[in-house]
Every structure is written in C-alpha cells, then in structure tokens.
Design a protein around this ligand. Structure first.
Ligand SMILES: [Zn+2]
Length: 144
C-alpha cells in the first residue's frame, strides 16, 4: 500500500448518502499515513473519525475537556464483556509488542511481516466471528 504524506486532512462533504468506496479507501489510507489525527472539538472527542484513526493505529489528539471519562468508561464497559484470559493476553501483547491487533494484508501479518500460509489466511477470512492470532507473533489478526 503506498504511503501518503498528508499535511492536513479533511474528508468528504456533508451528505446523507454513503461515500463512494474509493473515497473510503483513500480516507483510511490517509488516516493510516498520518502521524496524529487532531480532533479539537469539545463536543465529539469520540467521533467516528477518532475511532477510524484508532482502528489503523494512528494516535488521536483530542480536546481534554471533551469526554475523556466517557471514552474510558466505554472502554471499561467493553472490556467487561470480554473474557479475562483474553484481556490479559491482549494487555500483555499491547505492552510487549504493540499493536496487539493487526491486519493481514495479502497473506502477510502486518505485525511481524511474516507471510502466513494461504490456507490459514483463507480460514481467517471465512470465519470473521472467531478470534484469530498470528501463528508467528501471536498478535490478534483480521484479514483486510
Ligand atoms: Zn504476526
């Protein structure tokens, strides 16, 4: 995937319809290429933009007055829904070898950059509801 070097990011226009797929892909690539995503609004610290940035591992700079407690609370609530064993493994991975969740692009784990067996990647692709880990680095994986 080509790396972009954006100086500033603005996305889309106000609309009630879905954006074209190409625009969504370009937005994701730009978020991934960004060093940081700034969300200065005091009203939407946990905006869709912030969540999209989190999903590609880009840090988000948000207004400190705008719901940091809400974000922490939502994270805590979600963590309570996940098995403690899984949370412990995720936390260990996050500290030892961040990020703990990485995509598999083509057949390559984007955490350790090892090529995974095609049959294994196909199984991951066909079973998105199951939790999968990279057989090499143990990071949680998903196929894009
Ligand atoms: Zn890996």
């Amino acid at each position: 995937m080509p790396r972009l070097n954006p100086e500033a990011l603005t996305f889309g226009t106000f609309t009630s319809s879905y954006p074209p797929v190409e625009q969504v892909v370009q937005s994701a690539q730009a978020l991934e290429a960004a060093t940081v995503v700034a969300v200065p609004s005091p009203y939407e610290s946990l905006s869709l933009l912030a969540l999209e940035a989190f999903s590609v591992g880009t840090p988000v700079l948000a207004n400190a007055r705008s719901g940091k407690k809400q974000i922490r609370s939502r994270i805590d609530n979600i963590r309570e829904l996940v098995s403690p064993r899984l949370i412990r493994h995720y936390d260990r991975l996050s500290k030892a070898r961040p990020p703990a969740l990485v995509p598999v692009e083509g057949d390559t784990c984007q955490g350790c950059f090892m090529k995974l067996p095609s049959q294994f990647v196909q199984q991951v692709r066909q079973d998105p509801e199951h939790i999968h880990t990279c057989p090499n680095c143990s990071r949680y994986i998903y196929v894009v």
